[in-house]
Design a protein around this ligand. Sequence first.
Ligand SMILES: [Zn+2]
Length: 92
Amino acid sequence: MNQKYLKQWNFPSKSNPSKTYTVSLKPDGEYICSCWPYLRTRQPCKHIKAAMNATQKAQTPTISRLDVRAPEEESQRISLQEVLERLLGAKI
Ligand SMILES: [Zn+2]
């Protein structure tokens, strides 16, 4: 039977560069890996954790820093202007 995966990642083995471990994301949300530690224990291995990190980063929405910072700078500019006006007003 052919099982379709939502996504797959390939991780080259450090001990054997010609060998590649494949992490697959199953349609039910489960991650599986082809390395021995995972096949033996069925616990998330370092490859699965790396794949999960990559997925989370891709899904994190990017927030424009300019949009967040703009109101703060505006209020600082106004308060600085107010201080200057008060100083000038006191002098005159
Ligand atoms: Zn693995």
